[in-house]
Design a protein around this ligand. Structure first.
Ligand code: WTA
Length: 639
């Protein structure tokens, strides 16, 4: 197989040099302790590195004290980098703002003072439902400064999804905006907040509203306050407080195999250590000269670790962009790369495949010569997209850094380090220095090369999730019960003859649509809650652009409300979008007379996947009634 080594110039100047694997893996705890000491400021030095005696809950640097916001801001200003740009913000309508480290510190200090005035103290939960605007990052850092726990809910999620997350975390303060822009039109958030909080019984005392798109919104006196009335006049001086390394930093909800999303809890010291170390190594960040752009929204883990925290803790300069890639034209991203001289771009395979579809003449119109590292995340990148990314965007020379990790891992776990590893299209390749991952069979035994198995992490790592908010038992069950003493990631994987790791997709009921995790069960529950639906089964079907697409098979009840099949399908697609969010809207809802079940009544999703992907249906002998698949195939023909 052709591999792509770094150019000699890149390798010579790279921050992570070849000895790093050996050095780190000889004594991982010593390695992480050194990273923690050198890359972070500790108000109280730690003496203890890892305590895993209460496994699977880990304590990293457990007797140390630090403040995440101080590490992201103040110390860079104190070190004389206050005038370095921290964030270039590009709004969808074309407005832009630049914040230096000094500016950002002033804004975060104001927000911290304002939140304190609103009664927020250490340990309180603050829900965040914002577009990708600087106030989102300011809010997260202001919470961190106070030791409050932020819970960011992606702006694309519905009112119901927002409410369930607000309730689960018992948030006291909710921060939102009137809305933002999507494809040149106002896209609203505040109405969803109003709807979410319309029923009694929630814990939110104040809704703080950023004015972003200026549209008219409903106002609830006594509950709603404008950001510009509360934060802007607050003092820009704020004395931070150090917190224990294990103080919770945030909760972020992610889909699991059951209907209820899991509130993944991350703490401070270990999370920041692994975040900043991997950020610098994976992307070869030289903070004084690089301009980094990660396209992820802060509503996802990538936007937490590699937008809100690591780049700022590293003292780097980054770009954030509010809008869609095709507004006002399909060259918008490349125009942004050119405008800011972006050197490191971090995005998802689904975006790359979209650009491939649009054609290489579009990026060709812009100067992309500043780019030197290209990262991807969210799903395995198919070799064709990998090559296109490298050749068309990266001038045939930029290393492609395929980063495997999860909400639960908090930071990169498998990455080809760009100055060291000869890359292979489609493989994430090597465990991060100091991380011990493996591929095992169903009994937990290591596998020979080329045999597909399950991905596990053998040793605790600094950025690992500490628990599921309010449900520690589920944390143990989901990740730590499958194998004794090892973390079960839920991904299939194999090693090749060189020992490089290839990710093979989820092995559970989690789908990956455009790099976003969706639970089949959660969508099924939304469907069966609709009066039309008697039974539903959802599968992820391969899709050329989004990786997987949601396909639902639905049995409707007697009363179809006068809707014909096409109208009923459309109604159900919209229903899922309303219940969960537009990202969960099924590509197809197929109305079928029966679902294929085993004799014990288990739905055979494998067969439905065959149908959804247009294949001949495989082995059906375990079905209770083999004629069901013929009926489903016939129903498909009619749609
Ligand atoms: C998938 C996103 C292959 C995987 C950071 C994982 C990937 C899930 C990759 C986590 C990759 C993420 N190659 N698969 N480079 N990156 N995944 O929690 O299935 O949103 O378990 O975190 O995405 O998704 P999450």
């Amino acid at each position: 197989m052709t591999t792509y080594p770094p150019t000699p110039e890149f390798a010579a100047d790279a921050i992570a040099q070849p000895g790093i694997y050996e050095q780190a893996n000889q004594d991982p705890q010593a390695y992480w302790a050194e990273q923690a000491r050198t890359r972070l400021h500790w108000d109280k030095e730690f003496t203890e590195v890892l305590d895993f005696s209460d496994a699977p809950t880990a304590r990293w640097f457990g007797d140390g004290e630090l403040n995440a916001a101080y590490n992201a801001l103040d110390r860079h200003v104190e070190a004389g980098h206050g005038d370095r740009v921290a964030i270039y913000f590009e709004g969808e309508p074309g407005d832009s703002r630049a914040y230096t480290y000094k500016d950002l510190l002033a804004e975060v200090s104001k927000a911290a003072n304002a939140f304190t005035e609103l009664g927020v103290v250490q340990g309180d939960r603050v829900a965040v439902y914002l577009p990708l605007i600087p106030e989102a990052i300011i809010t997260m850092l202001a919470c961190a400064r106070l030791g409050a726990i932020h819970s960011v809910v992606f702006g694309g999620f519905s009112a119901d999804a927002l409410r369930s997350r607000v309730d689960d975390g018992e948030a006291k303060l909710l921060i939102t905006a009137d809305g933002s822009w999507r494809r040149g039109k106002p896209s609203m958030l505040k109405p969803a907040v109003d709807e979410a909080l319309s029923a009694e019984g929630h814990t939110v005392e104040t809704v703080l509203v950023v004015r972003r798109n200026g549209e008219d919104i409903n106002w609830v006196e006594g509950r709603d306050r404008w950001w510009h009335d509360v934060v802007d006049p607050a003092s820009d001086q704020h004395t931070y407080q150090p917190f224990n390394a294990e103080n919770p930093l945030f909760v972020l909800y992610t889909s699991g195999t059951t209907g209820k999303p899991k509130g993944i809890l991350h703490t401070t010291g270990g999370y920041l250590t692994q975040g900043v170390t991997t950020f610098v190594h994976s992307f070869d960040i030289h903070p004084e000269k690089d301009v980094y752009w990660c396209t992820a929204d802060v509503g996802w883990i990538t936007g937490h670790s590699y937008v809100a925290y690591a780049p700022l803790v590293a003292g780097a300069t980054q770009v954030i962009y509010e809008g869609t890639p095709d507004t006002p034209h399909r060259g918008r991203w490349w125009e942004i790369v050119q405008k800011y001289g972006v050197t490191v771009l971090y995005t998802a395979p689904t975006a790359i495949r979209t650009f491939m579809k649009w054609g290489e003449q579009i990026p060709a119109e812009y100067d992309l010569s500043t780019l030197r590292v290209l990262g991807t995340v969210g799903e395995a990148i198919n070799p064709e997209a990998w090559r296109w990314y490298r050749d068309v965007i990266g001038a045939g020379t930029c290393p492609i850094v395929d980063t495997w990790w999860q909400t639960e891992t908090g930071a990169h776990m498998i990455v080809p380090l760009p100055g060291i590893v000869a890359t292979k299209p489609g493989s994430a390749q090597r465990a991060v220095p100091g991380i011990n991952v493996d591929v095992v069979d169903e009994f937990g035994e290591p596998l020979e090369p080329e045999n597909p198995g399950l991905l596990v992490v053998r040793e605790p790592w600094p950025a690992m999730a500490r628990t599921i908010w309010g449900d520690h038992e589920r944390f143990k069950q989901t990740y730590w019960s499958r194998f004794d003493g090892m973390y079960f990631a839920g991904d299939g994987a194999k090693r090749d003859e060189d020992g490089d790791i290839w990710l093979l997709g989820r092995v559970d009921d989690v789908m990956n649509v455009s790099g976003h995790r969706l639970s089949t069960t959660e969508i099924e529950s939304a469907l069966v809650a609709h009066p039309l639906v008697a039974e539903a089964a959802v599968v992820g079907a391969a899709d050329a652009t989004t990786g997987e697409a949601v396909v639902a098979f639905v049995i409707v009840g007697e009363d179809t409300g006068g809707l014909d099949t096409a109208a009923a399908s459309e109604e159900l697609r919209q229903h899922v979008a309303k219940e969960i969010g537009a990202i969960a809207r099924p590509r197809n809802v197929l109305i079928v007379p029966e679902l294929p079940k085993t004799r014990s009544g288990k739905i055979m999703r494998r067969l439905l996947k065959d149908v959804a992907e247009g294949r001949d249906v495989g082995e059906t002998t375990t079905l209770a009634d083999a004629s069901v698949m013929d009926e489903i195939a016939a129903a498909m023909q009619q749609q």
